[in-house]
Write a protein that binds this ligand. Structure first.
Ligand code: PGA
Length: 257
């Protein structure tokens, strides 16, 4: 059985005071969460130390939202994967569509980030997903397969034994438009099949999580799908109650599989 993962992507939100409250509330809401689910928060990098201190004895893990594609260099403003590790991160989000589309991150840069992050001991959460136009012209899987292939070519299939794929249709991010459970399952199944062609074992163990307007209202139906192993949560991860409800939904749907 795959252990469900629910990750909160806080994006560029929060202040010291807000984050202190959010973390306190998360700890009390998630105190009963058992070990058959992994729960992760990804704060803006400047707040990682604050969150890491506050969550020292908690089951809630910490991840970065991005890292440099170069391990060590004169690279003003960037943060290396080793620095994220140094501050207690286990995971890092790689290739989020906001970075692909707003900052021009290419598949090649994303593949390099994946490799360097793993080299530093982080588990990459590789985001893939198609835009609305690509979806409307029937290219969804073509786009996702290309995004995955660039990384597979760079690091090889075995690297995915220690990584997570997040399917996030761009048209569903922050829009309130969620993929239906069937739409999401259909894509997740195709993604798993792509990996199965290279290694049945790695494909069976690979966690493929869904992101895009997941809420406490729609999470359960999504997580009940065979190939959906949790979620990457944006807006709803900023509200402790909503995020906790989503984590609990993941736990019980995995238990019923
Ligand atoms: P959303 O964001 O849940 O606010 O749609 C998801 C994401 O961007 O990871």
């Amino acid at each position: 059985m795959r252990t469900s993962l629910v990750a909160g992507n806080w994006k560029m939100n929060g202040s010291r005071a807000q984050i202190q409250l959010l973390v306190q509330d998360l700890q009390s809401n998630l105190a009963q969460l058992s070990s058959d689910i992994e729960c992760l928060v990804c704060p803006p990098s400047i707040y990682i130390d604050q969150v890491s201190q506050a969550l020292k004895s908690s089951i809630i893990q910490i991840g970065g939202q991005n890292c440099s594609e170069i391990a060590i260099a004169a690279f003003t403003g960037e943060i290396s994967p080793a620095m994220l590790r140094d501050f207690g991160c286990n995971y890092v989000i790689i290739g989020h569509s906001e970075r692909r589309l707003l900052l021009g991150e290419t598949d090649d840069v994303i593949a390099a980030k994946f490799r360097v992050a793993q080299g530093a001991g982080l588990k990459p959460i590789l985001c893939v997903g198609e835009t609305k136009e690509q979806m409307q012209s029937g290219q969804s899987f073509l786009v996702v397969a290309r995004q995955l292939q660039t990384v597979l070519t760079e690091v090889g299939i075995n690297a995915f034994a220690n990584a997570v794929v997040a399917y996030e249709p761009v048209w569903a991010i922050g829009t309130g438009l969620t993929a239906t459970p069937e739409q999401a399952q259909n894509m997740h199944q195709q993604i798993r099949e792509k990996f199965s062609n290279l290694s049945l074992d790695i494909a069976a163990k690979l966690r493929i999580i869904y992101g895009g307007s997941v809420t406490s209202g729609n999470a359960r139906a999504l997580f009940e799908q065979q190939d959906i192993d949790g979620g990457l949560i944006g807006g709803a991860s900023l509200k402790a109650r909503d995020f906790s409800d989503i984590c609990h939904a993941a736990k019980s749907s995995m238990a019923s599989l």
